[in-house]
Design a protein around this ligand. Structure first.
Ligand SMILES: [Zn+2]
Ligand SMILES: [Zn+2]
Length: 471
């Protein structure tokens, strides 16, 4: 196994403490990972090391938080000795706050160090409710993990921890399941060597049941599940690798009992707040994509190198304050009405859809020809107000299923990927790029648009009466 040699010294320490991305390979090349160590008002943690070897040795430790901040430490341990360290004693400069992952590397390949950790709930009745878990070897990292039990009943809550042990930003899809099947998916990005943690409520806001999760990542990941009772007392268990997705599927064609707007709302990512209010659906979004892009700018953990031939425009991705009000029960009009410049709908990841034109002058609509060169690999780019948007199929959302729901237009009709549910290309689309049949979300049938590689790409016009958007 290749091994990371960490020179002592302030230069590296400074780099690690302030850099956004830690030395590449630090997680993948270490001997073991403490997935989640916490030191704050609510939780404390102890790191435990046992030296089963015949020689005294040192262990290099690097702690990395989700924001990329990190700190290193070194411990010395005699043969057959056990040592226990409070997290804040090992990593004083990280201080309190959210948890961090700790990567440990022993001095020699012959060393035999075992380790575990204890997380203690401090604001429960006892103020010292402990839970213990084992460290994980990076060789146990996988692209598919199962978190077996995420309880939410009886006032408790649960949280998965996902650690990206790869050296590239990980694109991760979290699939949630409950007693009667799949509840939804959520896409997240995790920087190289960085951990991610979120409560089930923030990942799947509508759910109240006990869940289990399957996490799919394009980088190797390890995982740990936390379960807390109503007093905030923790318990922990490792996530286990899976080799295939449940039921052999790539994504849900099935919405487990949810239909209509309930099914759509369950599919929005957590940067979107959406709810039905009478005959209107209110959809609020920051408009920031859940995938990488050159338009995040170098230095951002979500930054991707431009693809070959891409003309990166001078704009960057900025947070928006978009609020759509969309009719819940749109009627199909006899003819389509023209869309407009700016947002005309919203994708399931909160990114607005724009129409098939670049602009409009006295001479009429201008084609997208030049703008297309500035699209990133996910078919998006930001406008002058830093509003990232798609004019074309948002391919990040159709990677696993070309017939998947991708969003809704402002007239309340849904938009799907380029295929119909049977895998065929729709061949009877009207001038708005729509037609009517049953879909996974609307088993009774609904008028809907399709993304197409040919003009008009998303919808060519509104076949229903458009709602409104404020920005
Ligand atoms: Zn554009
Ligand atoms: Zn269709």
């Amino acid at each position: 196994m290749s091994r990371l040699i960490i020179p002592a010294g302030l230069a590296l320490l400074a780099l690690l403490s302030f850099g956004q991305s830690v030395v590449a390979g630090v997680a993948g090349d270490c001997d073991f990972v403490f997935p989640w160590i916490t030191h704050n008002d609510r939780f404390s943690a102890d790191l435990v090391f046992n030296n089963l070897g015949a020689e005294a040795t040192s262990v290099q430790l690097i702690a990395v938080r989700a924001d990329g901040n990190s700190e290193q430490a070194e411990i010395f341990i005699e043969s057959l000795e056990q040592q226990v360290y409070a997290a804040d004693a090992l990593f004083p400069s990280l201080g309190s706050g959210s948890g961090y992952s700790v990567y440990a590397t022993t001095a020699r390949t012959s060393d035999h160090i075992e380790a575990a950790f204890v997380v203690t709930g401090r604001d429960s009745c006892s103020q010292s409710s402990p839970a213990q878990a084992n460290v994980v070897k990076p060789s146990a990292a996988a692209n598919l993990l199962l978190f077996k039990y995420m309880p939410q009943l009886n006032g408790g809550t649960a949280a998965p921890v996902i650690v990206n042990t790869g050296d590239q930003t990980a694109t991760v899809t979290v699939h949630g399941y409950q007693y009667n099947g799949k509840v939804g998916t959520n896409n997240i990005l995790i920087g190289a060597n960085q951990p991610y943690a979120a409560t089930i409520q923030s990942l799947f806001p509508g759910t109240r049941e006990d869940l289990y999760l399957v996490v799919q990542s394009d980088q190797p990941v390890v995982g740990l599940s936390f379960a807390f009772n109503e007093l905030g007392e923790p318990a922990m268990a490792d996530a286990v690798p899976l080799t295939v997705l449940p039921d052999g599927g790539n994504d849900d064609g099935d919405n487990n009992g949810l239909t209509g707007w309930d099914a759509i709302l369950a599919k929005f990512t957590d940067n979107v707040q959406a709810f039905v209010d009478g005959n209107t659906v209110v959809i609020r979004t920051d408009g920031v994509p859940n995938h990488g892009s050159p338009y995040f700018g170098a230095g951002d953990s979500r930054y991707l190198q431009p693809h070959s031939g891409m003309h990166v425009n001078p704009n960057r991705i900025g947070e928006q304050n978009l609020e759509f009000e969309v009719p819940t029960n749109p009627a199909v009009a006899a003819t389509g009405s023209e869309t407009r410049l700016g947002p005309i709908g919203v994708a399931l990841n909160g990114v607005p859809f724009f129409n098939q034109y670049a602009g409009r002058t006295a001479a009429g609509w201008e084609a997208l020809d030049n703008e297309i060169l500035s699209f990133d690999i996910y078919n998006g780019h930001p406008a002058g107000n830093d509003m990232y948007h798609y004019h074309f199929e948002p391919v990040f959302l159709t990677e696993g299923d070309k017939a998947a729901l991708i969003g809704v237009m402002m007239d309340g009709f849904p938009v799907y990927g380029p295929q119909d549910p049977d895998g065929s290309l729709p061949n009877n689309l009207d001038e708005c790029n729509g037609h009517t049949h049953a879909t996974a979300e609307f088993p009774e049938g609904i008028y809907h648009y399709h993304a197409t590689t040919e003009f008009p790409y998303l919808n060519g016009c509104f076949r229903g009466e458009s709602g409104t958007v404020s920005q």
